[in-house]
Design a protein around this ligand. Sequence first.
Ligand code: SAM
Length: 246
Amino acid sequence: MGYDLSTFRSELSKYDLKMDVKQEQQFIRYYELLISWNEKINLTAITDFEDVLIKHFADSASIASMDCFRSAYEKEGSLSLIDVGTGAGFPGIPIKILFPGVRLTLLDSLQKRVNFLNEVVSELGLSDVNTVHGRAEDFGKDPAYREQYDFVVSRAVANLAVLSELCTPFCKVGGSFISYKGDHGAEELADANRALSLLGCEVRSQIDFKLSDEEFHRFLFDIHKVKATDRKYPRPAGTPQKKPLV
Ligand code: SAM
C-alpha cells in the first residue's frame, strides 16, 4: 500500500526537521505494527493513517521545538531520555526515530504493551533502547534509574501534580522533565506548583501550539531539576495518585 507522508513532512518542517528514506520507512512500519497489534491488545483509539501521523507522531515530535532538548542534542549528538508510561511508544519511539542518538528507556506498567514495544524496536532496527516493565514509583527509587536521565518525557499518564512525582526522580540535577499536556495544561501547571518545589524543580520555559487543523492547544513544559529530589519521593505505588502533592 502506498502511504502519503506529505502532511507529516510539513508538520515536521515547522520544527526544522527532515526525514531521510530510512526514517520514513520506520514510521510507516511503526504504523503498520500499531494497527496490527491493536486488533489483539488495546494500544490506541486513533487508527486512521493521517490521524496517527498528526496526533501521535507529529505531537511526539514537538519536543524538537524545545530549546533545551534541541540544543543538548545538537551539542552532544546523544543524550539519555526515559518515557514514563509510554504505552504504545508515545512520545519515545518517534523521538528515537527522529533523533537516533538518543539513548532511550521506555517504561510502562502493562506487560502486553512492553511486548509490543519489543517487537517495534526489533522490526525498526532501533539500537540503544531499553524497554522496562514496571511502575514509575518503583523504578524511580532504583539507583540504576534514579537521577540517571538528561530528559524525562511523559504524555497522557496523570495530571501534572501526580505526574511530577512519578517523573522527576528519574531526572539528573541540571536535566529536564518535558511534560506533554493538552488544553488544560495551564491550569494543571498552576495546581502543580507546590509539588514541583517539593521535588526540587522549577518551570524554566513552556510552549503552546496547535497541531495541523486541531482547535485546541497543546503545551510542553520544561520542568528543570535544580536540586536532588528528597529520598522520600516517589512515595509507594498508588500513593502519588491517592494523595497528590497539591
Ligand atoms: N504515553 C502514551 C500516549 O501518550 O499515548 C500512553 C498513554 S496511556 C493513556 C497511559 C500509560 O501509562 C498506560 O500504558 C499505563 O500502563 C501507563 N502507566 C500508568 N501509570 C503508570 C505508572 N505508575 N508507572 C508506569 N506506567 C504507568
